[in-house]
Design a protein. Sequence first.
Length: 347
Amino acid sequence: MTDLEKIVSPLLQWYDQNKRDLAWRKEVNPYKTWVSEIMLQQTRVEQVKGYYDRFLKKLPTIYDLAKVDRDNLLKIWEGLGYYQRVCNMQKMAQIVVSKYEGKIPDTYEEIIKLPGIGDYTAGAILSIAYQKKIPCVDGNVLRVITRLTLDYSDIAKEETKVKIKDELTSILPDRVGDFNQALMELGALVCLPNKPPLCTICPLKELCLAHLQKKTDQLPVKTSKLSKRKEKYTVFILHYQDQILLQKRTDQGLLAALYELPNITGHLSLKEAKAYLKAQGYHVHSIQKGNKLKHIFSHLEWDLISYSVQVLEPFPGLWVTEEERKTTYPLPTAFNRLLKGEDQNEK
Ligand code: SF4
């Protein structure tokens, strides 16, 4: 038995006794595993819980997902962020329905070709839903394994992921879905990111080289990320009677196909904002400064200021009531936050 293979039994025992009670672990099938794994990408478990239940209630099968109207789909996903994920899910659902009779493929070679499926997600679906002996290597797993094996390789590098994937492939047990989830669960609950690991309660502490050599604070090694790009916008909340004006974002790029409040790049002073609105042909009755906020994406930071504007005439555009906005038009979280009156001081 290799040293790494010794982790299998204590890890599975620990998982059986300590795993979190999560909806997607109760009834496992490829569709549900896929939905949960896509939602969990770069998103906290606590946030995903409510979305997962709601998504499956509205779209219980892959056929429902394949044919749902795009606006309705984005509305279900509203607030979860990374909207390209759900657009890719729908593309994949349509392919699975048309090419695979509604059954998500059970081979790595086929599933990896589908939209939105990367190496990690392929491994998760195949191991959890189909019990195929394929590892899942995410940030949690990289952290746990590099600590266990005292490996100073840079976990930001693809070659480190490939090496760890190879090491894990050689030790995968029959309960492969549970094993993969157990490693990730240990990383989420015990071998913590950005905090000291809870080695005293870890089921692997007697096997862990970083713990035994008191070097847990040195691992994992990860090169720093590039700093976030910053973008400034002035946002207009245009009111006419009980309606506000929305517009649709383009079909490409960040937050594609969602709706938004009218906006312009840069921060305009009140005087500049008035002049801009006039030049656009808006008949302004009154204008006042609104909230401002910063909204953080993984690679980008939006710095938003806003103006609340009453107009005299409803020039052509998408005017919606509050009720319509809430039920029908998916808006990025940043705009919903502005409308809810949040500002930097309330964060
Ligand atoms: S003993 Fe500590 S460092 Fe090692 S795997 Fe467990 S929690 Fe992580």
